[in-house]
Design a protein around this ligand. Structure first.
Ligand code: NAI
Ligand code: MG
Length: 353
């Protein structure tokens, strides 16, 4: 099988970690029978300064018409608004209808309290529809925002969470060690207070996960505030978490803090038949150009992208190689207390493949 991958390094360390992702794909064992073609694509602040567009139409067209998947590095956003500039990854999610944001958070098995969870965040609606207004009430200014939850979006995100739970089990069954024995999805909501909006999310997620396809997947639910408490006290209990947009945003950044460095945490932006792997971190201008950025968030994002292309075997090999590097702990980048360069970490992981 030949897969065509769009590469969007963006700004800062994006230019250092995306080439590492490419090298990883090129180094996958030939027994997997996978070939890759790469298309270099532009987006980001530098692109904006050069061309006047942070996300050139050509990038979107090529992703849509020619690519099976993509990798996105990071982009710099100026701290004060620049006329005409807006975040290309936000625009890309919209234009390609990448309705899910998937963020696995995993420690090594040898950690004191090992964790291995993935947060599946709905990415198109909830309070982020940005329908806000401000008006003068009888007692002063009032601001309001719409929280929109639909059956369609809730159903498809819960279905995706179920599919991810099954796939994670398949990867565990193939021998990648994990703390979980069986798949579980936790539905996050606040329907005790927001009985209509979060109530719809909860009921719809239950309905989607009741599909016989998911009969091996355990389903539980949790109110978001108590969930935050438990996420920090007993993070090991979570396998797959599914959440509406706002709660998912907060939970996924919080969960990322459980594992030591932003440089370890991958993500994927996923739609129907298309996924963009993206490390969670930004462009890290403070360390750019020094060859010390941790490439692991990107390498794990490559594996995650491959999962959504139904290439679990390739993904499992990458996860195992990354875990091997972290568990041995000899070649770690400075964010993890080591002194290895980006190149050395990548090469150690490629050797383990
Ligand atoms: P950041 O994630 O770029 O960096 C935060 C801290 O983590 C820095 O000290 C950095 O050196 C460190 N760090 C991040 N990734 C690392 C890696 N792979 N290895 C080792 N250390 C790493 O966030 P910050 O500093 O708030 O933002 C910098 C720029 O990135 C801004 O322009 C911001 O707008 C942009 N940004 C872009 C994102 C994206 O493209 N999705 C996400 C977050 C920020
Ligand atoms: Mg966020």
């Amino acid at each position: 099988r030949t897969l065509r991958i769009g590469l969007i390094p963006g700004d800062g360390i994006g230019k250092e970690v995306i080439p590492a992702g490419r090298r990883l794909l090129e180094s996958l064992p030939s027994s997997l029978n996978l070939k890759f073609e790469f298309v270099d694509l532009k987006a980001g602040f530098e692109t904006f300064e050069q061309t006047g567009a942070a996300l050139p139409d050509k990038t979107v067209e090529i992703l849509k018409n020619e690519c099976d998947g993509a990798l996105f590095g990071a982009v710099s956003s100026p701290s004060t608004a620049v006329k005409g500039y807006s975040s290309p990854i936000v625009a890309l999610r919209k234009r390609l209808d990448l309705y899910a944001n998937v963020r696995p958070v995993k420690s090594v098995m040898t950690a004191k309290n090992p964790i291995d969870m993935v947060i599946v965040r709905e990415n198109t609606e909830d309070l982020y529809v940005k329908e806000e207004k401000t008006y003068e009430g009888p007692e002063g200014k009032v601001a309001e925002a719409i929280k929109r939850i639909s059956y369609k979006a809730s159903f498809r995100i819960a279905k995706m969470a179920g599919e991810i739970a099954l796939r994670r089990q398949k990867i565990r069954d193939s021998g990648v060690p994990s703390i979980h024995k069986s798949p579980m999805v936790t539905i996050t909501h606040k329907s005790n207070v927001l009985s209509q909006t979060d109530g719809l999310f909860r009921a719809t997620a239950r309905e989607a996960l009741a599909d016989p396809r998911f009969k091996s997947v355990g389903v539980e639910e949790q109110i978001v505030d108590s969930m935050v408490y438990k996420l920090f006290r007993q993070p090991e209990t979570y396998d797959v978490i599914v959440a509406p947009n706002l709660y998912g945003d907060i939970l996924s950044d919080g969960a990322a803090a459980l594992v030591g460095s932003l440089g370890l945490v991958p993500s994927a932006n996923v739609g129907e038949g298309f996924a963009i792997g993206e490390p969670c971190h930004g462009s890290a201008p403070d360390i750019m150009g020094k060859n010390i950025a941790n490439p692991i968030a990107t390498l794990r994002s490559v594996a995650l992208m491959l999962e959504f292309m139904d290439e679990e075997a390739a993904a499992a090999k990458i996860y195992a190689a990354v875990d091997g590097n972290l568990e041995e702990g000899k070649l770690l980048s400075p964010d993890l207390g080591g002194s290895a360069t980006t190149t050395e970490v990548v090469e150690d992981i490629l050797r383990r493949l």
